[in-house]
Design a protein around this ligand. Structure first.
Ligand code: IVH
Length: 682
């Protein structure tokens, strides 16, 4: 196949897998294979830039640096909404709507008001052409490279021409999910860097970054809530939301159609608490008149439409007493002050503790023990101390002293120039650091040993059964049976007895055994090398293929790996020079943990083709005729001899028979490429 055709094929294929994943939550192909195909495409595009498609998925991973964002005028101004915090004012607004419509019946669509960054996204000829910020409402910044990194935003919607037309604009709210926000902050905390204040600011900052590769790594998302086009595709807002959703846009399912203001108020009450479980921060709800013709009748004021209004929830903030401050030592040795609070109910949970991040934060807040402090749980789910409640006197203010020694092992703490965190240097002997490393190793994203959760690591450590995570692999049934301990849940303060009965021990050992099947990249992430997160671990595993090669790599070789910068390379290099870490690795090797990357095509048999009939035509890159036939059978499919209406898939190879292709097209039989076939059986 020539480069042009292959580029086109890869573009369509990768966009297809992406949309399946982000719209239907189905991964038809492993991340690794996806990345391989993407790399192939990137390479071909670099060699043949003229053949690059306008909807190329390589734009999703960014890479381009924009010096200055161009200013673009919005076709239709991006207005704001009038706001209210009161139900009474909401009823007054409803009365004005009723009057404006001369008593005609009307419906409202209630939606969540997402607290992110408003975006306008232009589609031209069915292809995502431009993403623009709101700016001053009249003109905004063209941040297209950054917007294209949003994976839930389709790059090509030509298939949906009948529903949407080819030229239109969608508007929505760009955001950073609470999950991603937490991940980034956890990583920042470990590195002693300044934390992002909240998901909204994080998203706003990220959308304006000049390096789109960094933007891509922050996994921004967006909810679409408006469709604008010259041709009248829809008569109501409801139809537009359904149409957008059917075309693959990320329309939140939280909207509801109602017929009167009482129902609007019920909607407000229903979401007051539920909204905290959404992935995006929210600050209220939006009520919109459903019919477009009625919207036109109602019109606009100078700043906002008369047909919509935002109701805002008051940010929940409560005052409670600061009982004390404890100091926690994390996996990396960073010491974090934690506010111990008089328990207080906030957004559906009881808050007892809140991180104070670092010494600078305590100083900034001017905190003293016994103070009443305001605690807030805004978008970020994690409770936060926002200030001192000066209305509550605290006559004997006890100042908070940041310790000079590690609260766990007594070593003198140190602080690196330019970093906010204080660290305990005793990585080899400080218990919370050891425990943190083991917890890091067993977490879902690493070795996934969930049978070891909830205080069980403590028991193993306290009984001297393990000194590091690799020791888990030499645990014996008899050593564990009968051990017990009272475990206090850090979040709830509840006490519970953990005891190792027969079944528990069995589960633990099975979980440990199973973890030996986790791929190399996850093992590498689990090892807890400083600055090596999940993505870097994947890149390293792919690049070096074997732990020995990684361990032997010098600084120069490390820095050559995509995404590995100076700090990361330095850290990896140091990690493998430590005798303790070398011992740890030896134990992992002896245990049979995967320390090399798997081959791309697995020989394992599966059920990917269960109940399907298939036929192939042409020749293939990865299989001979016999091999592809064996693969079909081995994965539950049935090979048939000719194209008929009953055929599910025709696998098309190089030099495919034109008559078979034509017949398949005539009968509407789906054709797939070799790569799609591989994806189906992976
Ligand atoms: S509709 C004419 N719907 O709130 C305005 N806006 O104050 C049309 N927002 O700039 C906006 N969620 O950034 C609409 N479901 C939603 C929204 C929403 C959040 C933001 C948007 C807008 C601001 C208006």
């Amino acid at each position: 196949m020539d480069a042009q055709a292959r580029i086109k094929e890869l573009t369509d294929l990768l966009n297809y897998y992406n949309d399946r994943y982000y719209q239907d939550a189905v991964s038809e192909i492993s991340d690794f294979e996806f990345d391989q195909l993407l790399k192939e495409l990137e390479k071909l595009e670099n060699e043949n830039p003229v053949f690059r498609q306008p909807d190329s998925p390589t734009q999703r991973v960014g890479g381009g640096i924009t010096r200055n964002f161009a200013t673009v005028k919005h076709k239709f101004p991006m207005l704001s909404l009038s706001n209210t915090y009161s139900e009474e004012e909401l009823r007054e607004w409803d009365a004005r709507v009723r009057k404006g419509l001369n008593g005609e019946p009307y419906e409202y669509i209630c939606e969540i008001k997402f607290d992110g960054i408003s975006l306008s996204v232009d589609y031209e000829d069915g292809i995502l052409a431009r993403g623009v910020t709101r700016g001053d409402g009249v003109q905004g910044d063209d941040i297209s490279p950054n917007v294209k990194t949003i994976r839930s935003l389709p790059l090509n919607v030509r298939k949906f021409e009948a529903v949407l037309g080819r030229n239109f604009e969608v508007r929505g709210e760009g955001f950073m999910s609470n999950e991603v926000f937490r991940e980034i902050n956890t990583a920042k905390l470990e590195r002693g860097e300044a934390l992002l204040a909240n998901p909204r600011n994080a998203a706003a900052g990220t959308f304006k970054l000049q390096d789109s590769a960094v933007v891509a790594s922050r996994r921004l998302d967006c909810f679409i809530y408006q469709f604008i086009s010259d041709n009248e595709k829809f008569a109501t807002h409801e139809e537009s939301l359904i149409g957008l959703k059917s075309a693959g846009f990320n329309v939140s399912d939280s909207w509801e159609k109602v017929t009167d203001i009482d129902a609007v108020i019920s909607y407000i009450h229903a979401w007051e608490h539920k909204r905290h479980h959404l992935s995006c921060a929210t600050d209220g709800i939006v009520v919109k008149v459903n019919r477009y013709d009625q919207r036109e009748d109602l019109g606009f004021t100078a700043k906002s439409p008369r047909w919509a209004i935002a109701y805002k929830y008051k940010a929940e903030s409560k005052s409670t007493r600061l009982r004390g401050v404890t100091f926690q030592v994390g996996r990396t040795g960073a010491v974090t002050p934690v506010a111990e609070l008089e328990p207080v109910e906030l957004s559906m949970t009881t808050v007892r503790r809140a991180t104070l991040h670092n010494a600078d934060e305590i100083e900034r807040l001017g905190l003293a023990i016994g103070d009443h402090v305001f605690v807030e749980k805004a978008g970020e789910i994690i409770p936060k101390v926002t200030g001192v409640d000066l209305s509550q006197p605290n006559p004997d203010r006890q100042l908070i002293r940041f310790p000079a020694e590690c609260p766990a092992c007594g070593s003198a703490l140190y602080r690196t120039e330019g970093e906010a965190a204080w660290y305990c240097p005793n990585t080899e002997g400080c218990l919370p650091q050891i425990k943190g490393t083991i917890e890091h190793f067993i977490q879902r994203k690493a070795m996934d040993i969930d049978s070891l959760g909830e205080g069980k690591i403590d028991i193993l450590l306290e009984n001297g059964l393990i000194g590091d995570a690799a020791d888990l692999y030499s645990l014996q049934f008899e050593q564990l049976l009968g051990l017990e301990k009272v475990h206090t849940d850090e979040e709830t303060g509840k006490e519970r007895k953990v005891s190792f009965k027969e079944k528990t021990v069995q589960n633990i050992l099975e979980g440990i055994e199973k973890s030996k099947g986790e791929p190399f990249a996850k093992v590498l992430f689990g090892m807890g090398i400083r600055f090596v997160g999940e993505t870097t671990a994947q890149k390293l595993a792919q690049y070096f293929k074997h732990i020995d090669q990684l361990a032997a790599a010098g600084y120069e070789a490390l820095i050559a790996v995509p995404d590995v910068g100076e700090k990361v390379a330095q850290s990896i290099h140091e990690y493998f020079r430590s005798e303790k870490n070398q011992g740890f690795l030896e134990k992992l090797k002896a245990a049979g943990v995967k320390l090399e990357a798997d081959n791309i095509i697995t020989e394992k048999e599966g059920h990917g083709l269960e109940g399907l009939t298939l036929l192939y035509t042409g020749t293939f890159e990865h299989f001979s005729r016999e091999e592809i036939e064996k693969k079909i059978e081995a994965n539950g499919g049935r090979l048939v001899s000719g194209v008929s209406k009953k055929l599910d898939y025709l696998i098309v190879g190089e030099g495919a028979g034109p008559s078979k292709l034509k017949k398949a097209a005539d009968l509407g039989v789906k054709t797939i490429s070799e790569h799609e076939f591989i994806a189906m059986i992976s």
